[in-house]
Design a protein around this ligand. Structure first.
Ligand code: HEM
Length: 427
């Protein structure tokens, strides 16, 4: 292994992978490595009294689950949490639909997120990145997450959607409260620590879901009589065949975007800078590649950062029929959980998986899902955001070092570095 592993070491090999507290000390990579070795599919009890689930930790088995949507359904929930029928119905987004409903819905929203469509916003997003980076670099010591990584993704997504930039910080807070719904730093209602019964029909059982829904409603109202050129207008505009999102579907989708497109990219940006600071040779090489306009190296670096972070650590499916997987007999109704964070370090797929290599190719990581109709809708946007950040930030840094303690999110779902204090010497 060259260079420190994620989190400084591989962690304990007997961690409780369901306990949010486990991840405060870093991802327990040694536990996942042992599971991959001993039983790539195994039954895991849940410490909070849930029904337990099949943990799929190997790359190939994960792809089998991911692509086989007739057997492994998203409709009963995509995270560990069990939901009653009324909760599932009220909180359903496109992520919890199976084909053919999913296919029809995705057709209505996919165009503005294509590579071509997001690159139309490249200049606007680059300009935003320059402003945020220059503001942060006015000081030599700062928290990289607070000043840069937390600011950019939501404001970049906001520029695309067409919401006022001033609303960015508020939207960031709401996104945090939803995705950080087990971390007391981000929500007044951590779901496993306080009673959230009154919010059980709201996404992530979070009061922020209500606020975002209302905000989305307001944005739709503003454009009702006058659709403009922004992505919100595009989403509301009827398509050629007359089909369009209903207002309820739009509000729901907007809320999903704020949840899915905000923290995920932020934490990937944080994981990326941490990995580069730990490996000054790779940082130098990437900086040189940027100066020489080597977009091929920047592209492989972005994908390696995505693999390394694998920020959405798992997604769940539910078996619709009895089936066999990895030598285990799965029964209809069983929860089956794909651990992306583990598959992305499977040495059967990635040579020297704990070596961070900005030139890694091929790199068919599963950070965005893979071979699945649910493949991340924001993948092209996230890739572009991370690329622009690297291109704008690294040339401005003569030196960058750690400057204090790193803090991680309390979550078994999102691998998040929530504080990354750094010291910079500008060029
Ligand atoms: C590095 C950042 C990101 C990561 C690691 C990530 C990860 C993922 C993953 C693993 C899935 C598949 C879920 C499943 O199989 O059930 C997914 C789906 C999705 N992502 Fe992302 N995502 C990121 C950024 C974004 C951004 C920027 C947006 C919004 C613009 C976004 C919007 C979505 C949506 C709407 C889906 C659902 C797609 C569907 O169900 O068809 N994501 N994401």
């Amino acid at each position: 292994m060259s260079g420190p592993a994620p989190g400084g070491d591989l962690g304990p090999d007997d961690a409780d992978i369901t306990d949010p507290d486990t991840y405060v000390d870093g991802v327990p990579h040694a536990t996942f490595a042992r599971m991959r070795r001993e039983a790539p599919v195994s039954f895991v009890e849940e410490s909070d009294g849930g029904a337990g689930f099949w943990a799929v930790v190997g790359y190939q088995d994960l792809l089998t689950v991911s692509r086989n949507v007739d057997v492994f359904s998203s409709s009963r929930g995509i995270r560990l949490e069990e939901m009653s029928d009324d909760e599932s119905a009220a909180r359903r987004t496109m992520m919890e639909l199976d084909p053919p409903e999913h296919t029809a819905y995705r057709r209505l929203v996919s165009k503005p997120f294509s590579r071509k469509a997001v690159y139309a916003y490249e200049d606007v997003i680059r300009q935003l990145a320059r402003v945020v980076i220059d503001e942060a670099l006015a000081e030599e010591r700062f928290d990289y997450v607070e000043r840069i990584a937390r600011q950019l993704p939501m404001r970049m997504l906001g520029a695309l959607l067409g919401v006022p930039d001033d609303d960015g910080p508020w939207l960031v807070e709401q996104g945090d409260a939803m995705l950080g719904n087990t971390d007391p730093d981000f929500t007044t209602h951590p779901v496993d620590l306080v009673d959230t019964e009154e919010f059980r029909l709201i996404p992530f059982r979070s009061p922020a879901g209500i606020r975002l829904f209302e905000y989305a409603e307001g944005q739709a109202q503003l454009r009702r009589d006058d659709l403009t050129g922004d992505v919100i207008s595009d989403l509301l505009r009827p398509k050629v065949d007359g089909e369009a999102l209903t207002e309820h579907e739009f509000n729901n989708f907007f809320t999903l975007l704020v949840a899915a497109g905000n923290d995920t990219t932020r934490y990937t940006m944080a994981a990326g800078l941490k990995a580069l600071i730990e490996r000054p040779d790779q940082l130098d090489e990437l900086r040189r590649a940027i100066a020489e306009g080597r977009s091929d190296v920047v592209a492989t670096a972005v994908d390696e950062i995505l693999r390394w972070g694998s920020v959405t650590m798992h997604f769940r499916r539910t078996a619709l029929t009895d089936t066999e997987l990895g030598g285990q007999q799965i029964h209809a109704g069983d929860k089956v959980v794909m651990w992306f964070i583990s598959a992305d370090y499977d040495d059967a797929q990635f040579p020297d998986p704990f070596t961070f290599d900005i030139h890694r190719a091929p790199n068919a990581h599963v950070a965005f899902g893979l071979m699945s109709p649910h493949l991340c809708l924001g993948a092209q946007l996230a890739r572009m955001e991370i690329k622009i950040l690297l291109e704008e930030l690294l040339p401005k840094l003569a030196d960058v070092t750690f400057d204090g303690e790193i803090a991680r999110l309390r979550s078994n779902f999102i691998a998040g570095i929530k504080r990354l204090p750094i010291h910079v010497t500008p060029t």
